[in-house]
Design a protein around this ligand. Structure first.
Ligand code: 5RP
Length: 231
């Protein structure tokens, strides 16, 4: 059992989000280490019979693998007409519940699924809360491989410092579930997240960026209070 405080916060907040899932619902399954705990607890509630008739929509290959591990039935967007609730992590959350996502390179599918959900629950540890987006985390931009260089130039024109995301030991670039690449961009400040989100997505060759503006409904924050994890 872990005693690492950040992991304990992630575990508690994942569990709290999973507890909000109701029987007979379609659930968007997010990506990352915090959502992984939510997927685990949804699976455990299903296995115990407390939760019935759940179907999941994974936001990544990672979420799909975890859902299968915990015996959560899966579906695709072609087979459903709504998503009741989505649970997903974030890399930064501002006071207006706007997010930066994509630390796991899954933000494109995440934005599709999370924005379709009637209720989108964000699960984060307290370290993810910021006054201004971009202050601690780089902004991920998914780009088709042949367009990397011109997209980087356009991102510089927008005031960013772009860097191609490399994988473990820098042996090669990170490749997304769609077969694309990720450019991480440092912006000294993001005064208007909604307009930057639209401007970046308007660059030819960009598939999606990690700004999620006006998508989150609920943010559950894990914190350590008196030495114990607390939501
Ligand atoms: C993946 C994401 C993740 O949700 C985000 O990176 C948070 O991950 P974690 O819960 O592991 O901190 O956006 O693309």
């Amino acid at each position: 059992m872990t005693t690492d405080p950040v992991t304990l916060m992630k575990q508690e907040v994942g569990k709290a989000a999973a507890a909000r899932v109701k029987s007979d619902s379609i659930v968007g399954l997010g990506t990352g280490s915090t959502t992984a705990f939510a997927i685990q607890y949804i699976g455990e509630r299903l296995a115990s019979g407390e939760l019935k008739n759940i179907v999941g929509v994974p936001t990544s290959f990672q979420a799909e693998v975890l859902a299968k591990k915990y015996n959560i039935p899966l579906t695709t967007l072609d087979a459903i007409d709504h998503i009741d609730v989505a649970i997903d992590g974030a890399d930064e959350v501002d006071p207006q519940k706007n997010l930066i996502k994509g630390g796991g390179a899954a933000h494109t599918r995440e934005k599709v699924v999370d924005s379709l959900a009637q209720e989108f629950i964000v699960v984060v540890d307290g370290g993810k809360l910021v006054d201004k987006l971009g202050s601690t985390f780089l902004l991920p931009v998914e780009v088709i491989p042949m367009a990397v260089t011109p997209v980087m130039r356009k991102l510089e024109d927008l005031g960013g410092k772009p860097d191609l995301r490399m994988g473990i030991k820098k042996a090669g670039p990170v490749v997304t579930d769609q077969g694309n690449l990720v450019i991480d961009v440092k912006f000294d400040n993001i005064p208007n997240p909604a307009s930057l989100e639209a401007e970046i997505n308007n660059i030819p060759g960009v598939l999606e960026n990690g700004l999620f503006v006006g998508v989150a409904d609920v943010v559950l924050v894990g914190e350590i209070v008196d030495g114990k994890p607390h939501i």
